[in-house]
Design a binder for this molecule. Structure first.
Ligand SMILES: [Zn+2]
Length: 115
């Protein structure tokens, strides 16, 4: 049992520099749905929140959704782009047919190469 939802806890989204995350509720809800769509298999959050300093450190996009607690990076091979779309994510970064970044950005949906 996670402290945000049945399978996710806040600390999983913490920045790799130690900054605390405050994940968007919609992000967590959609990750739960995605987890179900991939056969109720655990989904590891490779990268959730990024502090501004960490985002610069990893050369993230200046307006990266990770800065706003609205994005999660996933391991390649966990969820397909189609599954991420079915879960309702509006931002999907792909590598091959795999979704490796999902986000709940405001506005228009976007799918982009991310490998
Ligand atoms: Zn990402």
């Amino acid at each position: 049992m996670g402290d945000l939802s049945p399978h996710f806890s806040r600390h999983e989204f913490d920045c790799h520099d130690g900054s605390r995350a405050a994940p968007d509720a919609e992000l967590v809800r959609k990750l739960e749905l995605l987890r179900h769509l991939v056969g109720d298999k655990p989904i590891r959050i490779v990268s959730g929140y990024r502090s501004p300093a960490w985002n610069r450190h990893v050369h993230g996009a200046p307006r990266s959704q990770h800065l706003y607690n609205r994005a999660a990076d996933l391991d390649r091979g966990v969820a397909t782009v189609d599954q991420a779309r079915a879960a309702g994510f509006r931002g999907i970064g792909f590598s091959g047919s795999w979704a490796v970044h999902v986000d709940v950005r405001p506005g228009r949906a976007v799918v982009f190469r991310d490998d």
